[in-house]
Design a protein around this ligand. Structure first.
Ligand code: BMA
Length: 365
């Protein structure tokens, strides 16, 4: 009996020891879906797509992407900033109650939800955009505000835990905290903390949410801005394969430079190569042209980047930022001069909106 027990225990341990990052595909439906979709096209995403657009807000079923293309994006982006202070609305005025319902609805339609987080500092509630403020080292283990930070994470966990489908099943999602750390604009950025401190913060954040709060349905994306020219530079803030599931990059800047698409392509190649080596999906986690001032941006800039043969075959998704009439917008609305161009881009066979994504998923079953 005892012998049998040890044989079984040995097999279980061996199975865990042999788990490589690639095996995560079996553990999370999103990874499986992204793996099945890879090479068939690139999923298109839009931040706050279902919440508001250029002349509407909180109208069930509305979406600026749908207004222009006839279909929803496949990736729905959301922002949690403010939840850590128990605000009822996020920092962009989206009620968390609506966000929850819309994210659940987006999942029920077949889309993938991804959450960014621009938290207010637990030290003095300053906003994320305080790139010189030393905060991170006070939040990690041993720091004076570690307990206050854990409180913030409790609020994030509460929101994530409530994302359940009708049958009470936890909805899988992507969390993308501590993004653009290689820039100098956030208090977790390169001016205010060291890579070692950021890695520790990142590690703690995910460890706490996964192991203390049981958020097994969560995938985590690593999303520096475009300040790297090599694999090592790209990974200089990387908290580890045990924390991260998806490798990404945010890039608005390079698109604004003359012939900047070449730099976007070069950097995405670095992301893709690293992702392949780790058995993870790769993504352009945030991009866009503010107010779509270049009316050919979608076909001539983003479209050119996504047509690169390696990117076309290997990239899982690309997401543009939100359409807020009070601040800025990154997807055109009906009547805007970039409308036809964005539609043409989205209707390309290799750019996948929600219906096409659902068809691919159905045929993979
Ligand atoms: C930024 C801008 C801000 C917004 C923030 C978080 O890029 O859109 O207006 O508060 O993202 O969503």
């Amino acid at each position: 009996m005892k012998e049998q027990f040890y044989v079984v225990l040995g097999l279980v341990l061996l199975t865990f020891a042999c788990t490589t990052p690639g095996d995560k595909v079996k553990l999370n439906p999103i990874l499986e879906e992204l793996a099945n979709t890879k090479g068939k096209g690139i999923l298109f995403g839009h931040q706050d797509d279902l919440a508001y657009g250029m002349d509407w807000s909180y109208v069930q079923g509305e979406s600026d992407v749908k207004r222009v293309t006839g279909d929803y994006p496949a990736i729905f982006g959301w922002e949690l900033g403010g939840i850590e202070l128990e605000h009822t609305h996020n920092l962009d005025s989206v009620p968390f109650s609506a966000m929850k319902q819309l994210a659940i609805w987006g999942h029920q339609q077949g889309g993938i939800n991804t959450f960014s987080w621009h938290p207010f500092s637990p030290i003095d509630s300053i906003s994320s955009w305080n790139g010189d403020s030393v905060v991170v080292k006070h939040l990690i283990e041993g720091g004076a505000y570690h307990a206050a930070f854990k409180n913030q994470l409790d609020k994030v966990a509460q929101f994530f835990t409530a994302l359940k489908d009708d049958s009470g099943q936890a909805i899988p999602f992507i969390f993308r905290p501590w993004h653009e750390m290689d820039g100098g604009w956030f208090w977790w950025g390169k001016k205010a903390c060291t890579p070692a401190e950021l890695k520790q913060l990142f590690h703690f954040t995910i460890d706490y949410l996964r192991n203390e709060k049981g958020l097994d349905q969560m995938l985590v994306a690593y999303s520096p801005d475009r300040n790297f020219d090599s694999r090592d530079e790209y990974l200089s803030w990387y908290p580890g394969d045990d924390v991260i599931d998806i490798l990404g990059m945010d890039d608005y800047w390079d698109f604004k430079q003359p012939e900047g698409e070449k730099d976007v392509i070069r950097k995405l190649h670095i992301v893709i190569e690293t992702a392949k080596e780790k058995g993870m999906p790769a993504a352009l986690t945030e991009t866009g042209c503010s107010n779509v001032t270049d009316s050919l941006w979608f076909t001539q800039k983003l479209g050119v980047v996504l047509s690169d043969p390696i990117i076309n075959k290997e990239l899982s998704y690309a997401m543009v930022w939100r359409n807020d009439p009070r601040v800025h917008f990154f997807f055109p609305y009906p009547g805007h001069k970039a409308e036809a161009d964005a539609r043409e881009f989205c209707l390309r066979e290799d750019i996948l909106l929600l219906n096409e994504f659902n068809t691919i998923k159905a045929s993979a079953k």
